[in-house]
Design a binder for this molecule. Structure first.
Ligand SMILES: O=C(O)[C@H](O)[C@@H](O)[C@H](O)[C@H](O)COP(=O)(O)O
Length: 260
């Protein structure tokens, strides 16, 4: 697992634009090297802020959208089209504006879908979908995602893996149902740390002073059960993308600002 690197930007708007530009370049390079790219999206303000910045990015259409596989790191287990669902918000922020191949967009099941109101059955189905997309060269029953995006909660949660809850302790399954999440809605579906750690690169997005404590805890050697963000590592790169307020509690000497 790769050690975390930290890049600090002036504010959340610049962080979103810089992360979007970084993501475009990563996707273009992956598509040039392997003919396609696979990205895992995250919900929340920072995740959707990145997607909105990507929609407006001058280089947006350097990406071949028809050869991009999109997955989700977690989902609020709500009926399809519910405005609170991560995929609903991602479609509004970017996905409905670009010519994706619908067969390559993999939303997590909805609470009114084939699995009824059973998040555990829905999680098993998504795990099977990931396994079917994995190849012999991949590291486990998930595709080798080029970039797996994660927002970071003020309590250090990532995806829907919350401190001390069962999901963060899962070591075998790649996707789990989440019950009683402290962040509403309480019922969710989430990738687990083993699935997250199969990604080539994991990028953690944290902007705003409400993330300063979480960033400091997760980057100061805390355990993954107490601080799930600490366990979110990529095989070749783990990148924390912060703004100045979110970096305020980090030892300045270790992580100098990356931009004005
Ligand atoms: O379903 C969700 O809510 C997200 O996937 C969640 O993991 C989010 O990324 C963090 O809570 C950060 O959210 P903010 O960026 O809005 O603070």
């Amino acid at each position: 697992m790769s050690a975390p690197e930290v890049v600090v930007h002036r504010d959340k708007e610049l962080m979103a634009k810089a992360a979007a530009a970084r993501l475009i370049t990563k996707i273009v390079d992956a598509q040039a090297a392997r003919g396609s790219a696979a990205i895992v999206l995250t919900g929340g303000r920072n995740g959707n802020g990145l997607l909105a910045a990507l929609a407006e990015a001058p280089a947006r259409d350097a990406v071949d959208w028809s050869r991009l596989d999109l997955w989700w790191g977690d989902e609020r287990f709500l009926p399809e089209g519910d405005p609170e669902r991560n995929d609903t918000q991602a479609r509004a922020a970017l996905l409905d504006s670009v010519p994706l191949d619908p067969a390559r967009v993999h939303p997590m099941p909805a609470a009114d879908g084939s699995y009824g109101n059973d998040p555990d059955a829905a999680a098993e189905a998504y795990a099977a979908e990931l396994a079917a997309a994995a190849g012999p060269e991949d590291h486990g029953p998930v595709p080798s995602f080029d970039v797996l995006l994660l927002g970071v909660g003020p309590d250090t949660h990532v995806a829907s893996l919350f401190p001390e809850l069962p999901g963060v302790r899962e070591t075998e399954r790649t996707v789990v149902g989440v019950h009683g999440a402290p962040k509403p809605p309480p019922t969710r579906i989430s990738l687990t740390l083993p699935a997250i750690r199969a990604a080539r690169q994991v990028w953690l997005l944290a902007a705003g002073e409400d993330k300063a404590n979480a960033a400091a805890i997760a980057l100061s050697g805390a355990g993954e059960v107490q601080a799930p963000a600490a366990g979110a590592r990529g095989r070749s790169r783990t990148l924390w993308l912060l703004d100045e307020p979110a970096a305020a509690q980090l030892p300045r000497g270790l992580y100098p600002p990356a931009s004005a």
